[in-house]
Design a protein around this ligand. Sequence first.
Ligand code: SF4
Length: 258
Amino acid sequence: MTIRNPEWIGRMALQFEDAPTEEILSWAWERLGPDVAVGTAFGASGMVLLHIRHQVAPDMPVFFVDTSFQFPETLELKARVESLYNMKIEVLEPEISIEEQDVEHGLELYNRDPDQCCWIRKVEPLQRKLRGLDGWVSSLRRDQSKSREAIEIMELHMASGSGRRLVKVNPMANWTRKQIWDYILEHELPYNPLMDQGYTSVGCWPCTRSVGSDAGEREGRWAGTDKTECGIHTFLGTSASSANEIADREAEVHEAVE
Ligand code: SF4
C-alpha cells in the first residue's frame, strides 16, 4: 500500500513540516482512519493533543499502556479525560502481572534491567496493538530531549513480530514546552497534578523523580542512569535499511526477555 512506502512517508513529512497540528490530525484521520489511533501517557503534550483531537477528529481512537506501575494521579487524570471528552480510552496491558514478573525475573526488575522491564510492560503491549494499525499518533516533541530532536512529522514504523509497516505521526514535533503550557493554561485543560510538585514528566513511579520545574523535561525519568527512553518511541526508522536495524534490535531485546 502507498501509505507503507518509505519514500511516500518521507514526502508527506516534508509536506506537513510547517502545518498546524489540526491539519495533520485531520489528514491522518481521513487518510489512515479508522485504523489510526492516538497513544498517550497523559503528559503535558498529550493533554494538548487530546484537546485538538477532540476538535478535529473526535472519533479517532485513543490508547494508553498501563504498566501497573502508574501513579494514582495518572489514572485519575485518565478518568477525567474520558469524562471531559465523553470517550473511552483503550487500555493496553502487559502479558504478565507484576507478581508474575517478580517470580519469573526477580524482584524490582526495573532497578536491575529497566530495558527488560520496559520491554515486558510497555513495548511488547504496544507492539501487539500496532500490528493492527495503519497509523499511530504521538505527542512527541523535538525540544523534549536530545534523543527526540530529530523526529519527523511522519515516520515509518515497523510493528514487531508482524513486519507490518505503519505511519508514525508526530503532529506536535515543532511545539515548544512554553507553547504547550500556554495552550494548557489558555484552554484550562486538566494536567497531572504531580507536575505542580516538580515532576517534569510522569511515567512509572519506580523510575520517575521530582526534579524541579526548571529541570529538563525528561531529567526525572530513570534519573542517575544512562537510560532516556523506554523503547516505545526509539524503534523508529524512515528507510527500509533502518527498519531492518530496528527488527534486529528488537530481536536482541526480545531474546534477552525470553
Ligand atoms: S519505566 Fe521503569 S517500571 Fe516502568 S516499565 Fe520501564 S523499567 Fe519498568
